[in-house]
Design a binder for this molecule. Sequence first.
Ligand SMILES: Cc1cc2nc3c(=O)[nH]c(=O)nc-3n(C[C@H](O)[C@H](O)[C@H](O)COP(=O)(O)OP(=O)(O)OC[C@H]3O[C@@H](n4cnc5c(N)ncnc54)[C@H](O)[C@@H]3O)c2cc1C
Length: 434
Amino acid sequence: MAPYTDGTASSNSEANEDQGVKPSGIRVIIVGAGFAGLTAAIECTRKGHSCLVLESYKTTNAQLGDIISFGSNSSRIFQRWPGINEKLTPICHTSKCLKYKTWDGEDIYTQWWGTEEENFGKRYNGHRGEIHSIIFDHAVSQGVEIRLGQQVTEYFENEHEAGVVSNGERIVGDVVLGADGVRSKARQLVLGYDDKPKPSGYAIYRAWLSSEDLAKNALTKDLVIHGDTHTGWLGPDIHFLAASIKNGKEFSWVFTHKDTRDVDEGWSEPGDVDDACRILEGWDPAVHAMVRMTPPEKLVDWKLVYRDPLPTWISPKARTALIGDAAHPFLPTSIQGASQAMEDGACLAVCLELAGKDHVDDALRAFEKIRYDRVRRIQKTGETTRDQWHKADFDNLKKNPEAIKLKREEWVLNHDAESHAYKVYPEVISSLRG
Ligand SMILES: Cc1cc2nc3c(=O)[nH]c(=O)nc-3n(C[C@H](O)[C@H](O)[C@H](O)COP(=O)(O)OP(=O)(O)OC[C@H]3O[C@@H](n4cnc5c(N)ncnc54)[C@H](O)[C@@H]3O)c2cc1C
């Protein structure tokens, strides 16, 4: 395996040779070690490509973030990685249903996760930082080289290679994956212009805390003392979701509300308990109790930015691809942002394998063609679910409670990104070659 031109030979090709995976000779540079970047690195390693991940954070930040969801379509990817299910299961949420209430606390409907849901497969909902640490350690254990404290400032490419400048150092590979999140710099190379985010008109207050105080309060104890529970309160233009995790020991709540501030004011700020309670005026006292019991330092006000769908995710010479939030940010109501970031990595690794080192450009074009329409369709579900909840016919909810049920769709949840890519790649390539 040829070294990257900074002289640092990547180690994972050797690790993989030991495990019997034939090296492909493809050198992949991945910018960003979020779930998109880590999944791409692990999946590329499984296929014999050599990966170098560059991440600006100086540590793995196990404490950062709160609840994150992986549907069965991405859990399927996790389950192919040895030991991961065993590590994720004890830290993830396990309730059997989602209970819906009106904003003032009346029960409306219970959506049970029965056989149909089990048939889709397992899903993992848990603390973003904790899950991220497990996946980060797994990538390292598979021989992926991850360099922390790296600020990538430039992207470049020609017909034969692609690379980045990171902390002033020029690093060259065969392909670059911009997995650098919602504020992606890689997007500029791909699009040729700076794509500005737009306010979505909404923000989320979010918190993760110990359940200790909630268990002592008459208004909230039922949410935590019977193990894991999941409850949603719905009202005009606001939805509030609360979940207990780790057999009720820890607790997470989030609520989406209208927000008209400009996105330049900052996307994620410390939240203010009094402001949050003001927005929830007239809502169930249990909801107010949860917010009031949240230590101020645990409350975050997270702005939801929106971007128009990008016309393309790949650079002019098809040596750099955007993946994850860099290519397609999701509204949380899609419950698919992290899953789609993972599907990107699984699909790309297969496309690179099938195209081979001399046809990396084909691989990237096929990746985009395979993923684009599916991602766009799933992105739209974020808006439809939000509107289904925020603009429900609240006067008649009792007559038609099923109208607020979360849609669980087979085409989303039964998808297997790896086997799908193997199946459709030959056809996609021949259609691209016309
Ligand atoms: C710290 C953090 C906390 C989050 N918390 C939550 C949460 O609680 N719940 C939830 O649903 N979603 C959360 N998200 C978002 C969620 O992880 C993503 O929406 C989703 O998983 C898609 O992942 P991604 O890898 O595409 O993007 P991200 O997870 O945003 O990862 C992008 C990575 O790229 C790195 N990066 C960016 N620019 C550069 C650069 N120039 N050079 C090198 N590295 C760079 C970033 O530091 C980051 O680690 C969080 C993201 C982050 C970064």
